[in-house]
Design a protein around this ligand. Structure first.
Ligand code: C5P
Length: 226
């Protein structure tokens, strides 16, 4: 399980992390916190013993993305996202930059954001249905060398059939039974996602908003184990 650390304040984040030490291995730091607290927060979180998934969803010309990956590779980061729609050359440049500067840094591809539907995709000039575009981008990302894909848990079945076993499927949109779905539309419970073949589930608000985040983590892990 990966905790999505989407919070406005560093102190709030560190307090939650202190309570989760030893219970949880992975933390996802996204744009909200990275743009405010930067590399320092990444180092602090890693120093507490957590592995870091830096969710920056990079998308730029290949040379710029490669340079950005080199900057991230100097930090204690284990996973970094790029947009698969940035194309083969961009993803290959990202994978190559990670390989030469920090072989432990895995590049993950983001296919179609779950906030897109057929109409909003068509407005950007993409006429394929989101699931077909997702499949196309997943294949492109894998053949460009990414080590994992971020996708909806509802796409796992479809993607597992077309991407090699070694490619990690990382799925947000997870809600324990009975939890508020917030604005997430296409959700699965942790155990459903695990059973479907997700390698990493990403969970944010069900833990962050819980009265006792450590208990919420234990409950989710218990549900998966059961
Ligand atoms: O709070 P919640 O569990 O919904 O958090 C999910 C996390 O996963 C957020 O950081 C969100 O940005 C991210 N995410 C997502 N859907 C995607 C890609 C990323 O919810 N398709």
């Amino acid at each position: 399980m990966i905790l999505a650390l989407d919070l406005p304040e560093r102190e709030q984040a560190l307090e939650i992390l202190r309570g989760l030490r030893g219970r949880l291995e992975w933390v996802k730091i996204g744009l909200q916190m990275y743009l405010k607290y930067g590399a320092e927060l990444v180092r602090e979180t890693a120093a507490m013993g957590f592995k870091i998934f830096l969710d920056l969803k990079l998308f730029d010309i290949p040379n710029t993305v490669a340079s950005a990956v080199e900057s991230v590779a100097a930090l204690p980061v284990s996973m970094l996202t790029v947009h698969a729609s940035g194309g083969r050359e961009m993803m290959e440049a990202a994978v190559k930059a990670a390989g030469r500067s920090n072989p432990d840094l895995a590049i993950l591809g983001v296919t179609v954001l779950t906030s897109f539907d057929a109409d909003s995709l068509a407005e950007t000039g993409v006429e394929l249905e989101p699931e077909w575009q997702g499949e196309l981008l997943a294949k492109l990302a894998v053949s460009s060398g990414v080590r994992g894909l971020v996708c909806s848990p509802l796409e796992i079945g479809r993607l597992r059939g077309i991407v090699p076993e070694g490619v990690a499927l990382v799925t947000p949109g997870i809600r324990p039974a009975g939890a508020s779905s917030d604005e997430q539309k296409r959700i699965m419970t942790p155990s459903e996602a695990a059973e479907a073949g997700s390698n990493f589930i990403v969970v944010g608000r069900p833990i962050l908003k819980a009265e006792d985040p450590a208990a919420a983590v234990e409950k989710i892990l218990g549900e998966i184990d059961a």
